[in-house]
Design a protein around this ligand. Structure first.
Ligand SMILES: NC(=O)c1ccc[n+]([C@@H]2O[C@H](COP(=O)([O-])OP(=O)(O)OC[C@H]3O[C@@H](n4cnc5c(N)ncnc54)[C@H](OP(=O)(O)O)[C@@H]3O)[C@@H](O)[C@H]2O)c1
Length: 262
């Protein structure tokens, strides 16, 4: 691939924003997508990327994304947008929160892939001045996609469905020059993820990371993601699990300093 042109969704904060920053720093072109236009504009002014304010759960906005994407001519899609709502036990969770999580993690991914896949296919074909080559789709799921935890029901279910979508897509693109890769982070201390999950309750959000030595940062995850994207196009790192050392298992998080035994 001579020049990478990446659509990054969820680029107005956290992991997506960090991916956009790392990608531009590597000399790649970025179309940054999320709902909040003002945050995208600030990012564009800072790093020099293209932006599109769009709600990935809205059909009309997806049509606008397809249009902007066609003009952008992507070689790569990095689907980061998504999140969690609530941490109650299943019986106390609301259908509203479940619907939000399925809409923004699973159905949004399906909609974005529908809009962008034909363009990724086109980018692999040689055309005037461009040699074609490999394209790529990278989707951020979560370790919650494979390991259940009490209080995770709707998020576990949605991320697990998103993971299945990625696995199916990889099979269905068999024989095409498109790598399909999943990145499953553990605990990442981003500005907004837990705040969104706990409906703006700052104390609850901060408690998630309390006394954890070095939770992952958005920057750590973006570094790994862009390192993978920088590999030659035929190298498909199908699945990547990334956790902080303090999180030995999804629900085994060490609080306090990490100290060697013996
Ligand atoms: N933080 C963690 O511990 C962690 C761990 C594992 C996996 N993840 C996953 O990593 C991804 C990013 O998480 P994060 O920590 O960076 O959280 P974040 O800061 O809350 O980022 C979520 C991003 O998604 C965008 N978004 C949400 N709904 C959208 C919609 N309907 N249409 C368009 N954009 C939408 C948000 O932007 P707007 O609000 O501007 O639309 C924001 O840019 C999510 O898929 C999350 O599930 C996070």
């Amino acid at each position: 691939m001579s020049e990478k042109r990446i659509i990054v969704t969820g680029a107005s904060s956290g992991i997506g924003e960090a991916v956009a920053r790392h990608a531009v720093a590597r000399g790649w072109q970025v179309l940054a997508v999320a709902r909040r236009a003002e945050r995208l504009e600030a990012l564009a002014a800072d790093i020099g990327c293209e932006v599109l304010a769009a709600d990935l759960t809205d059909e009309g906005d997806i049509a606008r994304l397809a249009e902007a994407a066609a003009a952008f001519r992507p070689t790569s899609l990095v689907q980061v947008a998504g999140g969690a709502k609530g941490a109650a036990h299943l019986a106390e969770t609301t259908i509203e929160d479940w619907r939000w999580m399925f809409e923004s993690n699973v159905i949004a991914a399906k909609r974005v892939i529908d809009a962008v896949l034909p363009l990724l296919r086109a980018s692999t074909r040689p055309s005037e001045g461009a040699p074609g080559g490999y394209a790529e789709i990278m989707v951020v799921t979560s370790i919650a996609a494979t390991v259940a935890y009490a209080g995770g029901s709707g998020y576990n279910a949605a991320k697990s469905a998103e993971k299945q979508l990625v696995d199916v897509l990889r099979l269905e693109l068999h024989g095409e020059p498109i790598r399909v890769m999943e990145v499953a982070p553990g605990m990442v201390w981003t500005e907004e993820f837990s705040l969104v999950r706990f409906e703006g309750d700052r104390a609850k959000a901060d408690a998630v990371y309390k006394d954890v030595q070095d939770p992952l940062s958005a920057d750590d995850v973006a570094q790994v993601m862009t390192d993978i994207l920088a590999l030659p196009g035929h190298v498909s790192i199908d699945e990547t699990i990334i956790k902080p050392v303090a999180q030995t298992h999804p629900w085994m998080v060490h609080r306090g300093p990490l100290v060697a035994k013996g």
